[in-house]
Design a protein around this ligand. Sequence first.
Ligand SMILES: *Cc1c(COP(=O)(O)O)cnc(C)c1O
Length: 386
Amino acid sequence: MLVNSLTDEVNKRDASLRIIKLILQSDGRKGFYDLTGLAGGFPILAEDKALLETYAGPAVFEEAVQTLGKIHLGGEKILALNRTSSGILAAVLALVNEGDEIVHFLPKSPAHPSIPRSAELVGANYREFEDINDFEITDNTSLVFITGSTMDHEVINLKDFLRVIEISKSNEITVFVDDASGARLRTVVYKQPRAMDIGADITITSTDKLMDGPRGGLMSGKTDVMLQIKTKAHQFGLEAQPPLVAGMVRALENLSPERILEAFINKHDLYNGLINDFKGIKETPTGVMLKPEELKLELNNRDIITDINHNDLAYLFSMLLLRNHGIITIPAVGMPGTSSTIRIDLASNDAERITIQNIVESFSETLTQLIRIIDDTKACKSILYY
Ligand SMILES: *Cc1c(COP(=O)(O)O)cnc(C)c1O
């Protein structure tokens, strides 16, 4: 294997960041295209910075995030957190005791690790369900999670969603909807209602997913439960600090359902352009994805036999795509442990600057380049670790 450990993954990521820096130095910001869908924009204005440097700043942005957060998510009270994971942890700390049970319904496993990890931290039992017919709660259940849209953008079926809420409500159990990407994907693309409008007690969304904000968690919920969560968040330093809140406020102001819808339409062209060379390419709600196993099959179909495992092939592909075409995908820049699926998200800001044709050609050329170096371990390593 070429990438054997978390350390290797860190080194690979560092290599990607070095390449991005070189591109920046030679061609400026227009030299690369971040198509990860996780761009982490920070769209504050010059006057915001001046305001942040005064005592008034935090109060102004705190008030603005209450207003804009409620417009986006519904609910009674907004809490801005450092990350979505931080909000999940704060809620579990506030609402779940040792020996309790947390039950999670999601369209497809695996769950985001922050949910089972938070359960483990407080000593709660944790059970996950993908099939509504299996879903059940017990006398020990103190919190029900529902994931609206998974990390791979699998979206929950509305009927299942309503059923889980109905079962939980009839047992008076608090419902927390993890709508990290779902708050936009479910509502804009699939026309589903907002979580707070169909009976959730708490919901959270990631301000860098399908919107151009900083990485952060925007939580909304009913007043009493939000006060409990806010208290825990402050005790453990999980809340967003004023500069982050300012970035979230501006990103909420810029929110563009049109861009998400446009991506939903344009992905068909991208898919049709890629399907010839990549039989295993799949559509996602706002783009396409190529699983590492499918990339390996693609090589097998061309009678190319290699010992390199599928994850390493995906890393190599992603690094070549960055180096030679300036296209950033997650396997090149993701944190250690992130999925090695190669995903293009047309709802990314940078998608406006690159044509579908250009992406298709870059993929085909990258496949050719990968095939060219595949038997040369030294060349592969120099691509991965630069
Ligand atoms: C991204 C994501 C999270 C975590 O967001 P962070 O900002 O990384 O903490 C949680 N749940 C789901 C479903 C996600 O997609």
